[in-house]
Design a protein around this ligand. Structure first.
Ligand SMILES: Cc1cc2nc3c(=O)[nH]c(=O)nc-3n(C[C@H](O)[C@H](O)[C@H](O)COP(=O)(O)O)c2cc1C
Length: 192
């Protein structure tokens, strides 16, 4: 048997990212869970940003943003950036998170986040009261100490990255458990 939850309960786990827009002098951070890779070539991702917050207007004006993956050790700071607004809060100074210059965009990246993605704004769509910003990925940075040694070059030690998982249906934060299999491989067991 299955229970019907209706269309508006989004129950699946999502990564927690911190989206930064602005420049090294003045930048805002917004916590975002509604994020997805969109295309591999060109590399693009999409973020959904409510029009009521401060960030949507800033992203439209600034035309670039960085996406910074939150680890569980900055859970409190990530939550803070999701319950305060850049209209009246300098989230960098109040959270203690540190700005670092990006290589190719004006928006800074966050030093404490293990993965930082520089995006230029490629497209904007509006669905209801929510903007979908499409970012073209121009550069990705990772902490050297989070690189995995035993796999292909550039792969990450995912347990060291320790992504902060947002379980949206019940508004809880979780961590990863353990590796259970190899994608695109394990399913071959069922091939006839
Ligand atoms: C865990 C978490 C995930 C969130 N995900 C989103 C999201 O995907 N899109 C969005 O518009 N707001 C999301 N929010 C809410 C914004 O972060 C929040 O409205 C924030 O205060 C807006 O800040 P700003 O006014 O500086 O833009 C999330 C908040 C939390 C705590």
């Amino acid at each position: 048997m299955k229970s019907k939850l209706g269309p508006q309960r989004i129950m699946f786990p999502l990564p927690t990212v911190l989206v930064v827009t602005g420049n090294m002098e003045k930048a805002n951070i917004v916590t975002i869970a509604w994020i997805s890779m969109l295309t591999g070539s060109p590399p693009t991702l999409g973020i959904s940003v409510g029009s009521r917050g401060h960030s949507a207007e800033l992203i439209k004006k600034n035309k670039d943003f960085s996406v910074n993956l939150a680890s569980s050790n900055i859970m409190t700071e990530a939550d803070f950036c999701g319950i305060t607004s850049g209209t009246d809060t300098d989230k960098f100074s109040e959270s203690g998170l540190s700005k670092m210059p990006s290589e190719l965009i004006s928006s800074p990246i966050i030093k404490e986040c293990p993965i930082n993605i520089e995006c230029s704004l490629k497209d904007i769509q509006m669905n209801g009261k929510t903007y979908q910003f499409v970012g073209e990925i121009l550069q990705t940075h990772v902490d050297e100490d989070k690189l995995g040694s035993d796999r292909e070059p550039g792969s990450l030690d995912i347990m060291a990255v320790d992504p902060l998982i947002y379980y949206s249906g019940v508004r809880e934060y979780w961590r990863l458990g353990e590796k259970v299999g190899d994608a695109y491989q394990i399913g071959k067991k069922l091939k006839k």
